[in-house]
Design a protein around this ligand. Structure first.
Ligand code: FAD
Length: 471
């Protein structure tokens, strides 16, 4: 029996795609890494079906790539040419919220639920699921956990990993690891779930997760500020941590990012005159509906203006203007793409090292690529900046610019690591960071990772060629 017949019989023919016109979209992610169609795409609807798919894939000698919303930025779902044909296993049909316990502050969701669907389910139960980022409407839970997504509220609530109480994972041999705990304390041996979080589909398929919920944020105040520079942004960061309420987000953007977003975005307007070199977006919040945050926040912003930590400030007047500010922030990845190809990075450094790091990058980039445009945006509170060098215009072909600005990524990664940071803060390794992984990751860590891969996936069928560089 052919592979297609095996899976069609198992799942129903409507859940097996073989036509390249249908499978090709499953062979690339948002960054637009060169697409390669997998041999087949299968869409199981239950954990038992995922297990059956993996067992059959092992017998047929197929490589398996789990796919979620395909919003990843590291090429994690792109099939590689090799001896083994690829089966892409999409979790898109597994979207049930299996359980929501408001008293326990926990929820069990299947891997195909979008991050936004989980936020909504929690909100409907009077609870809050804090994971949030621009792609949350499409990114799925399994993908968010497999890349250990960070986003705008990691500052207060941690990355995806910190929100997980337990996991259900199908192992490459079809066994199901049922670790869907809901307790907050469980020291019964190794915390296996953490192996699969951030593994980018190289160790198994996450089919469901038990997640932590929080009390909803009843009051929020959001401000957009013009800033003289990263050092001033740090001073402001320290100030707003004591401005009452809890600091839940502190985003940093350079002027070019803001200009491009205002130019290409829809339903946006400049919150402050675009005259400063840097911009910050700050949100403080309280779970107490009666909390009065605004006067203290206004006072803190006025003091920041007075101290020269900010040059302009706009405090959202109402829910509509708050939503506009977040729309502006979330539109930045899409809007900056219009202005030309770019070589991007995903670094984190200790927050205190950010100003020196950003200055070193700007100086070296100006010297080596004077025609390039530096884009900087990120989550200042986590020291996580996405720095990109963009071609002078959209007419420059992507391949030409990647060749010309090729050393940019290496330069930024080295500066980040030298500052005590990471070359992969929140997007993962996938294909795009294999180079720095080989060059900069601690060799002992790499050899432990290889041993774990060998123990769990001895046939190397799960997402081969990703995360672990070839020896
Ligand atoms: C506009 C935009 C903004 C973004 N902002 C942020 C941000 O602020 N912070 C951030 O961290 N990321 C951000 N991202 C990146 C991206 O959204 C995240 O990495 C997201 O978590 C990926 O989820 P996905 O479902 O799309 O995964 P996919 O792209 O489908 O897959 C990503 C990786 O996970 C693996 N995988 C997927 N599902 C499973 C599963 N069930 N079991 C095992 N492995 C699996 C895949 O094989 C692949 O290696 C952004 C992306 C875009 C497009």
């Amino acid at each position: 029996m052919s592979a297609i017949d095996v899976f069609a019989r198992m799942l129903g023919p409507q859940h097996v795609l073989a036509d390249p016109a249908e499978t090709l979209p499953y062979g690339t992610d948002w960054r637009g890494s060169p697409a390669r169609a997998p041999l087949l795409v299968v869409r199981p609807g239950t954990t038992a079906e995922v297990a059956a798919v993996l067992r059959a894939a092992g017998e047929l000698g197929l490589a398996v790539i789990p796919a979620g919303g395909r919003t990843g930025l590291a090429g994690g779902i792109v099939p590689l040419p090799g001896e083994r044909p690829t089966l892409t296993l999409s979790l898109e049909r597994m979207r049930r919220i299996r359980l929501l316990d408001a008293a326990d502050m926990s929820l069990i969701a299947e891997a195909g639920c979008t991050v936004e669907a989980i936020q909504t389910a929690a909100a409907e139960a009077g609870r809050f699921f804090p994971l949030a980022f621009g792609a949350q409407g499409s990114a799925m839970l399994g993908g968010a956990l497999s890349t250990n997504a960070g986003g705008i509220r990691a500052l207060r609530y941690g990355s995806a990993r910190d929100l997980v109480l337990g996991l259900e994972v199908v192992l490459p041999d079809g066994r199901v690891l049922d670790d869907l705990r809901r307790v907050r304390k469980d020291n019964s041996g190794y915390a296996l779930r953490h192996l699969f979080i951030g593994a980018e589909g190289t160790l198994g398929v996450i089919t469901a997760a038990s997640l932590r919920l929080f009390p909803p944020l009843a009051r929020r105040e959001t401000a957009f500020l013009g800033l003289p520079g990263p050092q001033a942004a740090l001073a402001l960061f320290a100030r707003v941590q004591q401005a009452g309420g809890e600091l839940v987000a502190f985003e940093l953007l350079n002027r070019r990012v803001v200009e491009l977003t205002l130019r290409h975005g829809s339903r946006l307007r400049a919150p402050v005159p675009i005259e400063a070199p840097w911009y910050g977006m700050v949100e403080i919040a309280s779970t107490h509906a009666g909390a009065v945050l605004r006067p203290a926040f206004e006072e803190a912003l006025a003091a920041a203006l007075e101290a020269g930590e900010a040059s302009a400030a706009m405090l959202a007047e109402n829910e509509e203007s708050r939503a506009m500010l977040w729309r502006l922030r979330e539109s930045t990845p899409e809007c900056t793409r219009h202005a030309g190809p770019a070589v991007g990075t995903d670094t984190a450094v200790p927050v205190s090292a950010l100003p020196g790091f950003l200055q070193a990058v700007a100086e070296e980039a100006a010297e080596r690529w004077p025609e390039g445009r530096l884009l900087a945006l990120g989550h200042l509170g986590d020291g996580n900046m996405h720095l990109a060098l963009q071609a002078p215009g959209p007419e420059v072909p992507r391949a030409v610019w990647q060749e010309r600005a090729g050393g940019f990524e290496e330069m930024v990664n080295h500066l980040a690591v030298a500052a005590g940071g990471s070359f992969s803060a929140e997007h993962g390794i996938g294909l795009s960071k294999l180079g720095p992984m080989a060059a900069m990751k601690d060799p002992v860590a790499l050899s432990l990772m290889r041993a774990i891969k060998q123990a769990i996936d001895p046939a190397g069928m799960m997402n081969p060629g990703k995360v672990l560089p070839a020896r």
